[in-house]
Design a protein around this ligand. Structure first.
Ligand SMILES: [Zn+2]
Length: 135
């Protein structure tokens, strides 16, 4: 009962869903960094401590990310043209995802090379650091 009540709360917290989705989209920018962290953890003498130090801190309860992952999956199916029956809650969640993408686009505009800009410096210079360094 407790568990269900919590799940329903997650589904209906559209602002929370939006922010958790934004967090996941942002995390996708740092795949390389994560891979490096993972390698460092594997090679560490004390993997548990290294894991603790290297773990990203997510803002929301785990249920949010599970729900957002579900929403991403139904969004992908819809985009692929697979017919789906959506509940009102699904539809609201998809709107929250769309809002998250709008915020993500504002925070991380695309560089001319296709990469997303990661920080304010890149936004100010109008291109990613790789393009800047390439001259
Ligand atoms: Zn670039």
């Amino acid at each position: 009962m407790e568990k269900n009540a919590r799940l329903i709360a997650v589904e209906r917290d559209t602002e929370g869903i939006c922010l958790a989705a934004l967090e996941m989209l942002t995390e996708s920018l740092y795949v390389e960094e994560r891979r490096r962290t993972l390698r460092a953890i594997e090679q560490s003498a004390d993997p548990a401590a290294a894991l603790k130090a290297g773990a990203g801190d997510r803002k929301f309860a785990c249920g949010y990310y599970i729900w957002v992952a579900y929403l991403f999956s139904i969004e992908a199916r819809i985009q692929a043209g697979i017919p789906m029956e959506l509940t009102a809650t699904d539809a609201e969640g998809l709107l929250a995802l769309r809002e998250a993408r709008v915020r993500f686009d504002n925070e991380h505009p695309q560089c001319r090379c296709g990469r997303r800009m990661k920080n304010d410096l890149e936004k100010v210079q109008g291109m990613c650091t790789a393009c800047k360094d390439a001259g």
